[in-house]
Design a protein around this ligand. Structure first.
Ligand SMILES: NC(=O)c1ccc[n+]([C@@H]2O[C@H](COP(=O)([O-])OP(=O)(O)OC[C@H]3O[C@@H](n4cnc5c(N)ncnc54)[C@H](O)[C@@H]3O)[C@@H](O)[C@H]2O)c1
Length: 256
């Protein structure tokens, strides 16, 4: 779906930083913000798709689209990438906290090291990247953060306890940051995608049967793709959502 492209003129020329912007939903967001005329930098560790995406989008965008390599598990790398993004774009108004790792894991086999690693990718980095962008957001008009949670933590899914705990934690993080930053005019909201079919999801987790099962449980009888997440994220980042903060937006075709 969604060939509907809504223009948000206030996003043009704004500095937007996207985590995990090289593949999947993040790549669709990188392309969408670039198409809005935003200045876009994205952080990832997927070098080849990251460089390819930056190169191809830069050919058709108002500003160069930049791939910044940083492992979000390392706070020093986060800080370096944020500084690099802010100085390359001249300002930073929007942070899209999209990166995540939906690895399946069994309760019996999770080690302490695995738990820490899972939380580092899925939760800890979202706090530290938000902390690192703050001095820049404070200089910007209508600054916004959009955090990626997931409906999975509401579905009693038994095969990803650490991921589900992190995704629930992101809602708490969103509300706490919104409370602290609202008086400064910085908005913080979360999106909770349902089943979003990407190449990686199909390769690792989804089968024709499981996709049919989920679609049957949705009100909308089609699979959702990364493009379905684009409109809500552009909206939350834009002045059109200027009165919204501390909210959670579910995009799941009506599964819940
Ligand atoms: N696809 C879905 O069905 C779905 C459903 C609910 C929530 N979500 C959430 O939406 C977001 C995007 O999902 P997706 O399916 O596109 O994920 P994905 O795994 O395809 O992409 C995530 C991106 O983050 C990057 N990344 C992972 N670890 C990193 C690290 N340590 N440092 C830097 N970059 C790193 C990956 O390289 C990748 O480009 C995630 O937060 C995910 O949890 C997705």
């Amino acid at each position: 779906m969604a060939d509907v492209v809504v223009q948000h003129p206030d996003l043009a020329g704004k500095g937007v930083l996207i985590s995990g912007g090289a593949t999947g939903i993040g790549a669709a967001l990188t392309a969408a913000f670039a198409a809005q005329g935003s200045k876009v930098c994205f952080i990832d560790i997927a070098d080849e798709p990251g460089r390819d995406l930056a190169r191809s989008l830069s050919q058709s965008s108002s500003y160069p689209v930049r791939y910044l390599r940083a492992d979000l598990r390392q706070v020093d790398q986060i800080r370096r990438a944020v500084d690099e993004a802010a100085s390359a774009m001249g300002s930073l108004s929007v942070l899209i906290n999209n990166a995540g790792w939906d690895d399946r894991h069994d309760i019996e086999t999770v080690t302490e090291a695995y738990w820490d690693e899972n939380q580092a990718v899925n939760l800890k980095q979202m706090f530290f990247i938000s902390q690192a962008v703050l001095p820049h957001l404070r200089q910007a008009a209508n600054a916004a953060i959009v955090n990626f949670s997931s409906i999975s933590y509401l579905l009693n899914m038994g095969d990803l306890p650490s991921y589900a705990a992190a995704k629930a934690g992101i809602v708490g993080l969103t509300k706490s940051l919104a409370g602290r930053l609202g008086p400064e005019g910085i908005r913080v909201n979360a999106v909770l995608p349902g089943m979003i079919v990407t190449e990686r999801q199909k390769r690792l987790w989804l089968t024709d049967e499981s996709m049919t099962d989920v679609v049957n449980r949705q009100c909308l009888k089609r699979v959702l793709t990364a493009e379905d997440i684009v409109g809500p994220c552009l909206f939350l980042a834009s002045a059109a959502a200027g009165g919204m903060t501390a909210q959670t937006m579910i995009i799941d075709g009506g599964l819940l």
